[in-house]
Structures are given as structure tokens and as C-alpha cells.
Design a protein around this ligand. Structure first.
Ligand code: MOS
Length: 686
């Protein structure tokens, strides 16, 4: 199978593991039924702040089949982790409700669950502070927001805004959001003397091994991490989560292989979530629409266990030309579960606010929202002054507008009626940075004329095996079916995680290099190893980002308050698209996640109890088929020589960026009412 150029790159190749998955043959972390395998079940803290005074395990241990109950007082000791969420059962302190305070290990899952209910935990409670963050005195302005500067400012934004002829001053709110991958977090751990093997559901097994080595004070060579199939992660499996540590602790303590598969209801407090944000946007412009001031101020929260800052303000450093810019973050540590990465952390909520505010500015100016964006295209990246390696946001907007039928749109809000329905359309731009990390890979020439590529990449449902085979076949100059890929095992060459939309770009670079060398110098074979350093964004003379544009049409029912999406179109400029089929799936999947963010997904931090009542898929509503009638994604051909040998940007996250704004803008166009808090559920609309 070949793409339009005759190369395997770009071809719509089917996922190689697809059949295994749909027939149930693919094995996931909880499905390694090792001899004597026991099951674990966690006991979550029932208070928001305090200390465990005692754990009465007698009733639990009396149940037939219970092997052990680990508590903070007797669990094996670990070295201090860098990530405080992994210091499980090390200390009786309770930093938030849902924190693991005991772990039951039993012969069967049913026994473990029943025994966990029989564990009696008593607490010394302390007063808890669960916010809200608005006007909270306890916050601070972090130096760094998830690896980026916490604050960027140039010009005199306050004065420029005060003197701007047209002004918008609006505050947008995004609630807590949860990753909820289809496969909950799960690990099976097994000790053989001082060798540890874990089967775990992770976006990056290389990092899991390093963290376990540090925690258990073992050389990395004694640890094997297998993550062959992963049922989604959306960021929540980007770093090791407590399940893998608890499974390893329990296996060491009991001398049996142990599986811990987190019950879905426990995920929201245990594995990270998208922290809520309050974003104030002040935009100043001239009457012709040219921006004179952009002020994007983000307030968010984190836990007391680990600092995580949802870096929503960074999008304003990239998107639009302005002589006066402020982009800041303020974070309030609370007695709440730890937030973490969730698909396009920062960019997803940030572009919701920025692109909604821009739509408000278009209204204030009486200017078409596509045209307003075009007028504010920057020559160079506003934050750094670097030239863009490529930037085709205008082309995405124009192409999307053409395909969507934007021309001739009546800008007046609230005037298109179909019986009880109000109809509207909206647009928003999208951006996501290009990130690349060092990777290694090997390519082997086999006597039968086939090739094997080995790399510890993670296939989290994206089709990584398939696209890496395409990259290899292209570099080797052989048909795709002559290449086999092995991923998901720490015996394979080390590789970075499937996260930050950098997996394929990083792994692919090493795979390309190994294969290209093997093709050019077969005498170096049969196995050629490549070790790429990649290029971190900060080292590049170019600002490198993917861009896109979303167009949405909605119908708002004025009787029920229900919003139905009629059409969603995303056009992206993300470098070379390496597999048309899996790329489309990534784009539309992320757009649907953005649709959920706009219309249905949210949880509530219960201030009295300190966690989230919406802890299952019956109450946390992700979109279903009936919610997504026509979601279409396409891309423009983009040739960017400043990226990697394949010319690709990442595509895992950009699809969710801007989607919620396009939908919110369409709802405003339909109704004439501006809702500034997500999600747009019927109770808010009516
Ligand atoms: Mo993505 S949230 O970096 O997996």
C-alpha cells in the first residue's frame, strides 16, 4: 500500500493490531494471568485532610482468600519519589480525599473488593481548604507552568488596553475534566528474587522503569516493563501512576504476582485530571481589528502533593500579533486530588478562552471572525520573535471556510429559526507546539529479505506500530509488508513517551535514521542502531507549531435547552501526514473530545468532601455516537524542512484545541447569548 507519492508514507495503512484488538486476542496489563496471580483493591481516604490514626484490618484478614492488607504503617518502604503522588502507603498523612490509605491483596478480585469494604480506617481530621480559587489568598505565581515560563510580558499591556479604542474584558471558566481512558489504569507486578517485571498500562514504559528503579532502589537492568497494548491514556498514563507502584509493593509483600486494576470510580482522584481554570482575557484593538493589547491571566489550582499548573496562558504567546502582551499563571494549592496532563494540557482550555474572546471582539468590531484572525497574523512568534518553521493558519481558515460554506454567513446572532431550534455557526483557530525528544531504535535485516524495527514506543491506540513500519519501509525503500515493528517492552531500545504529541516525531526520527543507514550501508548490518538527540524546541532557531481551524454548526433547542452539533469540520496544517487513516482518526477523536468538553463533560469539586461526585461514566458524560453526527477532519499539504526527517508535526492533541471555542461561538451565533462557563448543558442554556 502506498501514498500518493508512491511511498509507504502517507498511505492509509490499517492498524496492524486491529484484528487482535477486536477479537480480544490483544492482552492488556490486567490480563497477564501469571501462576498464583493475586488481585489488589485500594482503600481510598474518606476525609479531605488529616492523618490515618489506625487501620483495623482484622475483619478483612478474616475473610477466606485474603492474603494481606498493606497500610501506611507496615507497607514496604520506598525511596522518596520526585512525583509525590507515587509516595503511596509511606506515610499516614492524608493530603486529599481519595488518597490511597490501604491496599487489600486477595486470591480473587471479588474477595479483594469485599475485604477492602471490611477495612476500618480511623482518621485524625484537620480543617481542609478546597477553594474556590477566585480571590483565594493562598496562591502564588509559579516561575514555570508545566515546563514553560509562568509569566511572559512585553510592552505596556495595562496602558495599551486602557487606551484601546475597542475593548473586550471577559472571564471564561473551564471545570475539572477527567481523562477516563477506556482501559482504566492497571498493572500486574511480579518479583523473581530481586528482579521485577511489570505489565502496565502506560504511555511510556521507559520512564516507568526509571521511576520504579529509583523507588525500589534497583538498577534498571533488573526491571522489565511491558506495555504491549494500552487502551488509551489521554495524558493520564504519561507518567507512572500509583497502580504500578502499589502492584509492585503488594507483589513484594506477598511474594505473589499481583494485579491492581483501578476501579473506574477511583480514577478521578488517583490518576490526575485537567485542573479547572478561570481565565480573564482582555483584548484591545483598533477599529480595523488590529490588536493593540492581549492580556491573558489564568488562575488554577493544584494539590499539596505535587505542583501541576494547567498552562492555559501560553496560547496567547503564539497566536496573534500584538505589541503589548501579558500571559500569566496563578496557582492555588488546595487539599484536593492532584491534577496532571490531559490531552493538550494548557492549550485546550487556553484556546477555548482566547478564541471565545476573539469572537466577542469580532462582534464588538462588527468584523467577520475569520477576517479578524487573518488581520492579526503575526510575522514572527509573538513570544520569542523567532520565525515560524511553517504557519498555515490562514490557509486552514480559508480552506475550512470554503468547505464549510462560511461565505455569505449572516453575522447577526439569534435570527435563524427552525421551529423551536435556533441555528448558529462558529469558528476558532487551533495551535499545538511541536515537541521532540531523544530516542533510540534498531533496524535489523533478516536473511529472508524482511526487516524488524525495534523501539520501546507505546501504542496507546494511535497506530504507532503501523506508522513506524511506514517510516521504516520508506527509509529502507521496501514495501510495507516487509517490515515488522516491535514496541512496548523495555528490552527494546529506549524511547520517550507517547505524549505531548511527540511520539511519532521522536521515535520516527530514530527509526528513520536506523533504516536509512541500514539501506545505505548494509555491511553495517544485520542490526543498525540509531540514537537521535532530536531537537528541543528551545534549541531551534524556529518557532515550531502545528495549526488548524475548526468550523461548527449547532442547533439549540429553546424548549429543552439541549444543544445538538450538526457539523464539525477541522482543517489542520501539521506538517507531513504519515498515515491518512490513523491521522484522521486522531484528529476526529480529539475533536469529539473537544465536543465533550464544550457540551457534556465536567465534574464538580465537592467543597465539603473534597472530591468529585461525577466519578463514573453514568455521571461524567463523554460524547456517544448520537452526539457526533458529522465530524470531519482534513489537512492541507505542508512541507516543513525544519522538523525531522519525515517532515511531520504532532497530531495527537491539536484536534481538541479550539473545538470548544468553535462550538461556543456557534451557540452564541445561534442564541445571541454568550455563555462563558463550560460545559454548555441544558440547565445553563435555559
Ligand atoms: Mo498528552 S496530555 O501529553 O498525553
Amino acid at each position: 500500500m502506498t501514498g500518493t507519492t508512491g511511498s509507504p508514507l502517507g498511505a492509509p495503512a490499517e492498524r496492524r493490531e486491529g484484528r487482535q484488538k477486536v477479537t480480544g486476542a490483544a492482552r492488556y496489563a490486567a490480563e497477564y494471568t501469571l501462576p498464583g496471580r493475586a488481585q489488589a483493591w485500594p482503600v481510598p481516604a474518606a476525609v479531605a485532610h488529616g492523618r490515618v490514626r489506625a487501620v483495623d484490618t482484622s475483619a478483612a484478614l478474616a475473610l477466606p482468600g485474603v492474603l494481606a492488607v498493606l497500610t501506611p504503617f507496615d507497607a514496604p518502604r520506598l525511596a522518596d519519589p520526585d512525583d509525590g503522588t507515587l509516595a503511596v502507603l509511606q506515610d499516614p498523612g492524608v493530603p486529599h480525599r481519595g488518597w490511597c490509605v490501604a491496599l487489600v491483596v486477595a486470591d480473587t478480585l471479588e474477595t479483594a473488593r469485599a475485604a477492602a469494604r471490611a477495612v476500618r480506617v480511623t482518621y485524625d481530621t484537620a480543617p481542609h481548604d478546597t477553594g474556590p480559587v477566585d480571590g483565594h489568598p493562598g496562591g502564588y505565581d509559579p516561575e514555570e507552568a508545566n515546563g514553560q515560563p509562568g509569566r511572559v510580558e512585553h510592552g505596556d499591556p495595562d496602558a495599551a488596553f486602557a487606551s484601546a479604542e475597542v475593548r473586550v474584558d471577559v472571564t471564561y471558566r473551564v471545570p475539572p475534566l477527567h481523562n477516563h481512558p477506556m482501559e482504566p489504569h492497571a498493572s500486574t507486578a511480579h518479583w523473581d528474587g530481586d528482579r521485577l517485571t511489570v505489565y502496565t498500562s502506560s504511555q511510556g514504559g521507559t520512564a516507568v522503569r526509571s521511576v520504579l528503579a529509583q523507588l525500589f532502589r534497583l538498577p534498571e537492568e533488573r526491571i522489565t516493563v511491558v506495555a504491549e497494548h494500552v487502551g488509551g491514556g489521554f495524558g493520564s498514563k504519561g507518567t507512572p501512576r500509583p497502580d504500578v507502584v502499589l502492584a509492585a509493593l503488594a507483589a513484594r509483600h506477598t511474594g505473589r504476582p499481583v494485579t491492581l486494576a483501578y476501579p473506574r470510580r477511583y480514577l478521578p482522584t488517583a490518576v490526575g485530571h485537567r485542573a479547572p481554570t478561570v481565565q480573564r482575557l482582555r483584548l484591545g484593538a483598533r477599529p480595523d481589528g488590529r490588536l493593540t493589547a492581549v492580556l491573558h491571566e489564568v488562575t488554577t489550582q493544584t494539590s499539596r502533593v505535587r505542583e501541576f499548573v494547567e498552562h492555559a496562558g501560553v496560547v496567547s504567546r503564539v497566536m496573534y500579533a500584538t505589541p503589548n502582551l501579558r500571559s500569566t499563571h496563578h496557582v492555588v494549592p488546595l487539599d484536593v486530588p492532584s491534577p496532571s496532563w490531559m490531552r493538550a494540557p494548557g492549550e485546550a482550555p487556553g484556546m477555548y478562552a482566547l478564541e471565545s474572546a476573539l469572537d466577542e471582539l469580532a462582534g464588538a468590531l462588527g468584523l467577520d471572525p475569520v477576517e479578524l484572525r487573518v488581520r492579526n497574523e503575526p510575522e514572527r512568534e509573538p513570544e520569542s520573535g523567532r520565525p515560524f518553521s511553517s504557519r498555515h493558519v490562514v490557509e486552514c481558515l480559508r480552506e475550512g471556510a470554503r468547505r464549510f460554506g462560511w461565505a455569505g454567513r449572516d453575522p447577526r446572532p439569534g435570527v435563524r429559526r427552525e421551529g423551536p431550534l435556533l441555528i448558529g455557526t462558529g469558528v476558532a483557530a487551533a495551535t499545538y507546539p511541536v515537541q521532540i525528544a531523544p530516542s533510540t531504535a534498531t533496524a535489523e535485516a533478516r536473511p529472508d529479505g524482511t526487516f524488524v524495527v525495534r523501539i520501546n514506543a507505546a501504542d496507546i491506540g494511535t497506530g504507532a506500530r503501523t506508522v513506524l513500519a511506514q517510516i521504516a519501509a520508506d527509509a529502507l525503500g521496501v514495501p510495507l509488508d516487509r517490515v515488522r515493528t516491535e514496541v512496548g517492552h523495555t528490552d527494546l531500545p529506549a524511547a520517550p513517551l507517547a505524549g505531548g504529541s511527540m511520539g511519532t516525531a521522536s521515535w520516527g526520527w530514530a527509526v528513520h535514521e536506523a533504516c536509512a543507514r541500514l539501506a545505505a550501508h548494509p555491511e553495517e548490518g544485520p542490526v543498525v542502531r540509531a540514537d537521535t538527540t532530536g531537537t528541543a524546541d528551545a534549541d531551534s532557531p524556529y518557532a515550531r507549531h502545528a495549526f488548524g481551524a475548526h468550523f461548527a454548526e449547532v442547533a439549540v433547542d429553546t424548549v429543552t435547552g439541549e444543544i445538538r452539533v450538526r457539523r464539525l469540520l477541522g482543517i489542520f496544517a501539521a506538517g507531513r501526514i504519515l498515515n491518512a487513516r490513523t491521522a484522521r482518526s486522531q484528529f476526529t477523536g480529539a475533536m469529539i473530545m473537544g465536543l465533550g468538553m464544550a457540551l457534556t463533560e465536567h465534574s464538580t469539586l465537592d467543597r465539603a468532601f473534597g472530591d468529585f461526585p461525577e466519578a463514573d461514566l453514568a455521571s461524567y458524560h463523554v460524547p456517544v455516537h448520537a452526539d457526533v453526527p458529522a465530524v470531519e477532519a482534513d489537512w492541507i499539504d505542508e512541507h516543513d524542512p525544519h522538523l525531522n526527517p519525515m517532515g511531520s508535526k504532532g497530531i495527537g492533541e491539536i484536534g481538541i484545541v479550539g473545538t470548544a471555542a468553535a462550538l461556543g461561538n456557534a451557540v452564541h451565533h445561534a442564541t445571541g447569548i454568550r455563555f462563558r462557563e463550560l460545559p454548555l448543558t441544558p440547565d445553563r442554556i435555559l
